[in-house]
Design a protein around this ligand. Structure first.
Ligand code: ADP
Length: 486
């Protein structure tokens, strides 16, 4: 059956079986206790019944046993009270007289221990004794001592209830209370089953909804998420799925972006390699073709251009190699204490000739009491060089490039600012990407490879800081980062 393969089917089946077992146990227990209650009250009410009935038998027992008289009396009494069965026992428990078809009486003896316990009146009721009409069945009874003849002590043994209530089903049929209890129990169980099945249906409906969304996700519909209305285990599972889905989608976006970047990188690298190579090839072909007619000045100019191209190619390949080592985490900073003021001073001095040639004022404010910092000197020098190199490159003549070092709490704040052309707002988020250049014509005259800022920001990141940029078009740009003081 298909329904039993579903979680709903399985839970419901187990629940209904348990409910059924519970119902059976409850009915058995309540019938049993009701039967005991009925027996107890019946026995308590009729405690002296045997005593009363014994009076009727005395005339037939004074000298010897008058069986005819006794059986007649038993018969009469049983007609008057059909609920009782009367037996006359001797002092060994042997049944001496009764009124019934002989084959109906299966026992010859009745266990007197229970009879004596009953007569002692010490034990709580009900006390169940042998039912002579049945080999093993026990019944509640009343009993009284009775003299048979002169010497024999006998007992009048009265089974109460007769053949009524022999079985639980009889009892249920007969007893209004038990019948009502059984019906109430039945209704309660049916109600519980109904409520249970509806609850399971609602619960598994949530699972079905989750499965639906997981399947959609599997088939590429990544947008849908499971609605969460509570914080139970199912909701926690749903929330875990939602989070997992978000992570997968984010990772996929990242992969897609990386793939896009890789394509762009290959395109950019090939472009940046092709241009200088083509130029070099052109110049070399010209030199070869016009070898004899070429003036020494022209020849040396061509060779100079070829040399420039080879060095820019070398720079490009070096920078690419450097970035790939950062990506592969092969390059790790080697931190050591040093004076950032001194390092900045050195870099400024290195770029001073270039600044002079561009007619740009390059200066730095370096407080004397600036504390030492701990970082990789070569890397930080690279950052400063890249930033100053850019600043000089993108600042027109008569502009200023200024480096400002300032202590801010336990950090040294470094700012490289210029009064250059600035960067449009829309471009700012992308300038740290490799090969990204604001001027889309990738001519090498107007700038470098587009890797300088990518390398600088990577290095600052490796020192647990961020390289930030602020820029206003036509007014200037400032790059800043922080270094922990020692
Ligand atoms: P490049 O080698 O082309 O300078 P970078 O990664 O160093 O590459 O810089 C990326 C781009 O950011 C540059 O092409 C330039 O457009 C812009 N840029 C960087 N620094 C400045 C600056 N100080 N002023 C204006 N634009 C800048």
């Amino acid at each position: 059956m298909q329904v039993f393969h579903t979680l709903y089917g399985k839970i419901s089946a187990i629940f209904l079986i348990l409910l059924l077992l519970l119902g059976i146990v409850l009915i058995m227990v309540s019938v049993k206790s009701s039967m005991n209650f009925v027996r107890e009250s019946d026995q308590a009410l009729n405690r002296n019944l045997a005593q009363e009935l014994a009076k009727e038998f005395r005339p037939f027992l004074t000298d010897s046993l008058d069986y005819g008289g006794i059986e007649h009396t038993i018969h009469e009494l049983m007609v008057m009270n059909p609920r009782v069965e009367i037996y006359l026992l001797d002092d060994t428990g042997k049944i001496l007289a009764f009124f019934a078809e002989p084959q109906q009486v299966k026992l010859n003896y009745v266990d007197l221990e229970k009879v004596r316990t009953f007569l002692d009146q010490k034990t709580t009721l009900p006390i169940l004794g042998d039912d002579p009409k049945h080999e093993v069945r026990k019944k509640h009874f009343s009993a009284a001592r009775i003299k048979i003849g002169k010497n024999i002590d006998g007992f009048l043994y009265v089974i109460l209830g007769g053949q009524q209530y022999d079985s639980a089903s009889d009892m249920i049929k007969e007893s209004y209370i038990i019948r009502t209890t059984a019906i109430t129990l039945g209704v309660a169980l049916i109600f519980a089953a109904f409520v249970g099945l509806i609850s399971f249906a609602l619960l598994t409906k949530r699972f079905n909804r989750m499965t639906e969304i997981v399947k959609k996700f599997e088939h590429g519909e990544f947008d849908e998420r499971i609605a969460i209305h509570s914080d139970d285990e199912v909701a926690q599972l749903a929330s875990a799925f939602n989070q997992m889905a978000d992570t997968i989608v984010a990772n996929m976006d990242e992969l897609r972006r990386n793939d896009q970047l890789r394509r762009e990188l290959i395109a950019n690298v090939s472009h940046d390699l092709r241009s200088p190579l083509a130029s070099m090839q052109g110049y070399l072909e010209t030199i070869l073709m016009k070898e004899s007619s070429l003036s020494p000045e022209k020849r040396s100019k061509y060779f100079k251009t070829i040399l420039e191209n080879t060095s820019s190619l070398t720079k490009l390949v070096d920078e690419l190699f450097e970035l790939s080592k950062f990506d592969a985490k092969q390059t790790q900073p080697n931190p050591e204490p040093f004076s950032l003021s001194e390092l900045t001073q050195d870099v400024v001095m290195k770029y001073q000739p270039e600044a002079d040639s561009r007619n740009v004022r390059l200066n730095a404010s370096l407080p004397k009491d600036l504390p030492m910092v701990k970082a990789d000197i070569a890397m930080i020098e690279r950052v400063l060089s890249n930033l100053i190199d850019n600043a000089l490159r993108y600042t027109p003549a008569d502009g200023v490039v200024h480096i400002d070092l300032r202590r801010q709490e336990d950090k040294v704040h470094v700012v490289v600012s210029d009064t250059g052309r600035g960067i449009p707002k829309g471009e700012l988020p992308r300038i740290f990407e490799r090969f990204y250049r604001v001027e889309k014509s990738r001519g090498r005259n107007s700038g470098g490879s587009g890797l300088g800022l990518a390398i600088a920001s990577k290095i600052v990141e490796l020192h647990d800081n961020t390289l930030s940029v602020e820029s206003e078009l036509g007014k200037g740009t400032s790059f800043s980062f922080e270094m922990e003081v020692l």
